[in-house]
Ligand binder design. Structure first.
Ligand SMILES: O=C(O)[C@H](O)[C@@H](O)[C@H](O)[C@H](O)COP(=O)(O)O
Length: 246
């Protein structure tokens, strides 16, 4: 695990977008495809918008990029809360990404069926090749959740399914989410965390005792060195250890 702390949120956006573009381009020099799992939330949106800008986007062969979602709200794709809608407006509408390359979670469908259908689509995409996505983007909520793996919810203890409908009582809703087993088979994970509202939780997640039911972000790749935490100075203000200040 590597912790990179950047001076402010704008630097985080620039660093994340340019790093992601470089990884996509470098991977496609040797591979035929690049599978990218997008996070929802407010932190990644400007990163997607930056990635869509010509100086980065024009160097990416979007026909070889395949998009997945780490989670989705149980709403239609045109709903204000839809992670798909956010990514579509920030990125998909601005780059030549084939619609067939976008694997949308169907938040408008019955959640358990939608989860099952999405898992089948992922398994079909991965086929017999080495399972795992080329890059997974994750955020972290103020409560330590990631994707829609919220504290105290059933999805935290799922060891077999790759995608679940997860009841989230604290938000009086259901969510669709990738599970820990699926997220943890990917080699490259980048957490994107910014803002002073995350400071105490980030310290607890990264440096506190392991209590994943309270801080589900601790479930993601505890042993894998390929997890990068990209945090701004506010979120990372009280961390004892960072690998690099940028
Ligand atoms: O659907 C979502 O909202 C995300 O998957 C969620 O896990 C998000 O990453 C965190 O809540 C952080 O959100 P912010 O980036 O807005 O702080």
């Amino acid at each position: 695990m590597r912790i990179l702390r950047v001076s402010n949120k704008n630097s985080l956006i620039e660093f994340a977008a340019t790093r992601l573009a470089k990884i996509i381009i470098a991977t496609l020099e040797h591979n035929d495809t690049f599978s990218l799992v997008l996070s929802g939330g407010s932190t990644p949106k400007p990163i997607y918008e930056r990635l869509a800008q010509p100086d980065l986007a024009e160097h990416i062969n979007w026909s070889k990029v395949y998009i997945f979602f780490g989670d989705e709200r149980t709403v239609p794709p045109d709903h204000a809360d839809s992670n798909y809608r956010m990514a579509n407006e920030a990125l998909f509408q601005h780059v030549p990404l084939p619609a067939a390359n976008i694997y949308r979670m169907h938040g408008e469908d019955e959640p358990h069926q939608a989860a099952s259908d999405y898992e089948a689509a992922i398994r079909d995409y991965m086929g017999e090749t080495q399972p795992g996505f080329d890059m997974v983007l994750l955020g972290m909520g103020d409560d330590g959740h990631t994707a829609s793996l919220f504290p105290g919810t059933a999805a935290l203890h799922e060891h077999d399914k790759w995608v679940m409908a997860n009841e989230v009582p604290q938000h009086h809703t259901w969510r669709l989410t990738m599970t820990v087993p699926l997220l943890n088979i990917s080699e490259n994970i980048m957490f994107l965390v910014a803002g002073s509202s995350k400071t105490d939780t980030l310290k607890a997640v990264l440096e506190g005792p392991k209590q994943p039911d309270v801080y589900p972000s601790q479930l993601i790749h505890p042993e894998n060195e390929m997890v990068t935490w990209l945090v701004d100075a506010e979120a990372g203000a009280i961390l004892t250890h960072v690998d690099k200040d940028i």
